[in-house]
Design a protein around this ligand. Structure first.
Ligand code: MLT
Length: 270
């Protein structure tokens, strides 16, 4: 139990920890291709956020990004890990910002994929609350049908129908109540734009040039405002860069991990 909720996570490899945080409405399964090919000396941990995948539900109320961040911090404490590289995709990136705000000492490097630091606009917030109400009344279908066609680039849809199917399967197995509570949580999240100045750890930003959910301009803006961040924009790639281009994604990730400051090198030798 982490923060009184049953938490499920995937844990692969040994060495320096990297935590992979999934987006909405997915699960740890979206990171299988990253966990399977981590470089030697790295341990990948991919939790199912509360309510998602095989994790249990929390008490009533919105699943805020702060609650998810507290769960990640609780998991790290449970595993006896003082700090880790944090890799978050989309909503997972919002959680990474919350984790950095609440537990900066636990964040030793950041990989921000297909995400944005800003809060929702009023329109986006209203739309999320409408979607949350629909999920409760009609089940997951309206969220799946409105999101799925926009998640992959046209090329990825043609080249990797199996990834589209896997994504559909993960989305459809999410409970409507979890969808609703996470939508309410995302609607409440504060802007992390001012926080970008305070992020001093090495950061890699990965985005798709064809991301229909979060425009690539967001990634470019983050790269301008994050000291020394490295930006990789993948061509013909949509919102799920790690599923659409796992080879390229992993190459950038591994290069980033190999070039992290000496702290990591020292620990690896220990
Ligand atoms: C995600 O992929 O996590 C969501 O699209 C994020 C969002 O809806 O803002």
């Amino acid at each position: 139990m982490i923060n009184s909720v049953r938490m499920h996570w995937l844990d692969q490899g040994e060495g320096e920890p990297i935590v992979f945080i999934h987006g909405f409405p997915f699960s740890s399964r979206m990171w299988e291709q990253q966990l399977a090919s981590l470089p030697a000396g790295w341990r990948g941990i991919a939790p199912d956020l509360r309510g998602f995948g095989a994790s249990g539900h929390g008490p009533a109320g919105p699943y805020t990004m702060d609650i998810f961040a507290d769960d990640i911090a609780g998991l790290l404490d449970y595993l006896g890990i003082p700090g880790a590289v944090i890799c978050g995709l989309s909503m997972g990136g919002y959680v990474a910002f919350a984790l950095h705000r609440r537990y900066p000492q636990k964040v030793r490097g950041l990989v921000l994929c297909n995400t944005r630091p800003g809060a929702d606009t009023e329109d986006a917030r209203r739309n999320r609350l409408v979607q949350a109400a629909r999920a409760r009344q009609e089940g997951v279908a309206p969220v799946v049908e409105s999101m799925l066609p926009r998640l992959f680039s046209d090329l990825s849809k043609r080249k990797h129908p199996e990834q589209v199917n896997l994504t559909r399967e993960i989305m459809e197995s999410t409970s409507p109540e979890t969808m609703a509570r996470a939508l309410e949580g995302m609607a409440q999240r504060p802007s992390s734009e001012a926080q970008l100045r305070d992020i001093a750890v090495s950061t890699l930003i990965i985005h798709g040039d064809d991301d229909a959910i979060i425009p690539r301009g967001e990634a470019q803006m983050m790269a301008r405002n994050l000291r020394g961040a490295r930006l990789e924009i993948l061509e013909d790639c949509g919102h799920l860069s790690n599923l659409e281009y796992p080879g390229e994604f992993n190459r950038h990730l591994h290069e980033f991990l190999a070039n992290l400051p000496p702290y990591f090198g020292e620990l690896k030798l220990a």
